[in-house]
Design a protein around this ligand. Sequence first.
Ligand code: NAD
Length: 264
Amino acid sequence: MSFSGKVVLITGASSGIGADAARHLASKGASVSIVGRNEKRLNEVAKEIIKAGHPTPLAIVADVTKDPERIIKETIKHFGKLDVLVNNAGIFGDDSVVNFDVNEFDRIINTNLKSVVVLTSLAVPHLERSRGNIINVSSICGLRAFDSYMSYCISKAGLDQFTKCAALTLASKKIRVNSLNPAVIKTPIFEAIGINESNEAQFYEERKNDYLVGRVGEVSDTSSAIAYLASESFVNGILLPVDGGIMASGLGSGANGCNISLSH
Ligand code: NAD
């Protein structure tokens, strides 16, 4: 599938799933508008794309909770249009109803849910012109419960309902809206729960037998799924698990945080 001539805006593109999606879609010809807060890392992603000979990206240093108007305005000013919006920026956290901090709840909901609704509403007129589409990077935590990730689960479940409601509303404008719901993918997101270079190998090793495919996910798994959702015109309003079969297997207990037993 080619994305030649397409403009794709990806939030949270300075690392992990977003950075790889930017590299992957650019390799297929897309002009990518990449958004992140960390200027150095964002520029590194941009340089990698340019070095590989793909269309020159636009790097926008911005916070999705604070700068939604500027993110859309700069993208349209630079590229003149928008074909695909990938709402990927997100944060993780561990909490529960008995271990609750309202400020942390607000931070997670604002980043993972509210910012997506705001940014998407600003993008709609441009996506209507291009008959474009939206991909919301959700999680299997939107589809099932985990007791130690309550706020994160709520944010992703809300995001999945937003995907379905927006798909209904935007169908008349010829805009498709889908969610991608990954299980564990190897990225820095788990730093929020104490996973770092010293213990990540153990973390992934302990999880792999929960997956029918015998491994946790890589960013290449999510990038190919994002490209599929962005290009498949008959797919609309879906929540697509990219999960190595963990949802089908029923493994990975939701109790006590997906069997997380860390030695940190
Ligand atoms: P990551 O930490 O590598 O990337 C997240 C990116 O979002 C980072 O670049 C971060 O700086 C950015 N970001 C966070 N808050 C932001 C803000 N306010 N403004 C702008 N950028 C912001 O993690 P990742 O795993 O690549 O996560 C990407 C998405 O995938 C998230 O929405 C996450 O919830 C989702 N997800 C990840 C996994 C996983 O196992 N890695 C599983 C399911 C879902």
